[in-house]
Design a protein around this ligand. Structure first.
Ligand code: TA6
Length: 298
């Protein structure tokens, strides 16, 4: 296996020592700055540089718009802990599971970096692979430039069917959660985890004024987060995903999370793209599935 440093691209891809002494990969394109930890193949930062292409060094980023992704100031950075914020890669199950790590083991595993490349349009692509688990091959592509592109590809390498859930559990940074509007999910059926009941989303945009934890099913919709405080609209397009989760812990749950500040719920919302519950995926032997998410700012 090549060292991480062997994948560096001068001026674009640099390996650094990140929080907790974990290796981190810094990506600099003309349009954005991105940070990824091989621990969990976890994108921890994505920040656009503003309107015009800019080749300034990452250190000049103070003048750039607020990052699109939220990262908790209290996040742990240890080999046996998930990072709180950014884009946790959830696989092969979503949610709690007796005696096993919540949201699966992928986000707790060090993924192998197979390739880094500058694409013809100037964006940068990283190819990660989950160390073999004997049932499937999981490849994860992170493409950064004018937008953040994420793709998870699962291939069934067994001789029997393989069923799994997956999710890109993305934490978005917002100016003030109570002022945002989330659109695109109107009419979709959702499971409200707090009420343990199913509902259909009304016609109005979703506004948040309390803890929210909803899994929308059978939706391919593009979701937009309109943020008047940061004067931007974040767009989340997806393919190969039928579930969308909307989550904010609000006050009580924030206090119960040791790796999350008590007041941090005000600056974040999770809009997660995956295949969960009734939308879980079953692959026949040799079959593969691809889930893609593209995040940008309008
Ligand atoms: O995606 C929403 C959710 O399932 C919530 O129920 C909450 O548990 C959140 O994920 C965070 O889970 P984690 O295991 O990362 O603390």
């Amino acid at each position: 296996m090549k060292s991480l440093q062997a994948h560096e691209i001068p001026g674009h891809v640099t390996v650094t020592t990140g929080h907790g002494g974990l290796p981190a990969i810094q990506i600099n394109t003309d349009w954005s700055l991105t940070e990824v930890y091989p621990h969990g193949a976890h994108v921890t930062g994505f920040q656009l540089k503003g309107s015009a292409p800019d080749t300034r060094t990452p250190a000049d980023q103070t003048s750039y718009p607020a990052p699109l992704l939220f990262l908790s100031a209290a996040s742990e950075f240890h080999a046996d802990k998930p990072i709180r914020g950014g884009v946790p890669v959830i696989f092969p199950w979503f949610g709690p599971r007796d005696g096993m790590p919540a949201h699966g083991h992928a986000r707790l595993t060090d993924w192998e970096l197979l390739e880094t490349a500058v694409l013809p349009d100037g964006s940068i692509r990283l190819h990660f692979r989950l160390p073999s688990n004997g049932c499937c091959t999981v490849d994860y592509f992170v493409t950064t430039g004018r937008s953040l592109g994420l793709e998870m590809v699962v291939t069934n390498t067994r001789e029997t069917d393989y069923t799994f859930e997956n999710c890109l559990h993305t934490y978005f940074q917002v100016g003030a959660v109570e002022s945002i509007e989330i659109t695109g999910l109107q009419g979709a059926r959702y499971l409200d985890l707090l009420l343990a009941a199913e509902f259909t989303e009304s016609g109005d945009p979703i506004r948040i004024a309390a803890e929210i934890d909803r899994t929308y099913q059978n939706t391919r919709a593009t979701v937009e987060i309109s943020d008047p405080v940061l004067a931007r609209t974040i767009r989340i397009r997806k393919s190969g995903s039928l579930s969308t989760v909307v989550w904010n812990p609000w006050t009580a749950k924030s206090k119960r999370m040791p790796d999350f500040g008590d007041e941090e719920y005000r600056q974040m919302v999770c809009v997660e793209s995956g295949n969960i519950g009734e939308n879980a995926i079953t692959l026949a032997p040799g079959q593969r599935s691809s889930m893609k998410v593209e995040i940008d700012c309008l």
